[in-house]
Design a protein around this ligand. Structure first.
Ligand code: 5GP
Ligand code: ZN
Length: 136
């Protein structure tokens, strides 16, 4: 189902034009308008799902299949040295458009893009505590 007033529903379904790098029956992959690096793209499902909690497992799997295919094409055509797949869910995680999307962020040696986190140093007790909470 599409959602009224969702910009990514409109883009994914071609109601708003976009720079499309790949399209099939279920997905459209577009260039991000504020790219972290050259070629930064977004895998958009044509159906509306808010986020990872809502997207059905088969759609999530297919989003990664599409991402994998486009990543391979970027490696060949753009000469990328690596790629980050990023997928934000919830405002706390930096999600700004509430329609599931998978970021494909090509990386180039020395590109200086800021994507990864700063590691913390939790105690063994804290690691045990969080493990117990997750699997408990
Ligand atoms: P989020 O922060 O939700 O994970 O990512 C949203 C991304 O969508 C951002 O990287 C932003 O630049 C991109 N974006 C937002 N609106 C548009 C749009 O209308 N067109 C395109 N091509 N990208 C958009
Ligand atoms: Zn939508």
């Amino acid at each position: 189902m599409k959602k009224d007033n969702c910009i990514f529903c409109k883009i994914a379904n071609g109601e708003i034009p976009s720079r499309t790098v790949y399209e099939d029956e279920k997905f459209r992959v577009i260039l991000d308008m504020g790219p972290a690096t050259r070629g930064h793209a977004l895998v958009l499902p044509k159906e509306h799902f808010d986020d990872l909690y809502e997207i059905p497992a088969d759609w999530a799997a297919d989003a990664f299949k599409v991402g994998r295919q486009v990543a391979a094409s970027m490696k060949e055509k753009l000469g990328t040295d690596g790629i980050n797949l990023v997928q934000n869910n919830g405002e706390a995680a930096g999600q700004t458009v509430m329609h599931f999307h998978l970021h494909l962020i090509p990386r180039y040696r020395g590109d200086g893009a800021h994507i990864l986190w700063k590691p913390t140093s939790p105690s063994a007790e804290e690691l045990d505590a969080v493990l117990a909470q997750i699997i408990g």
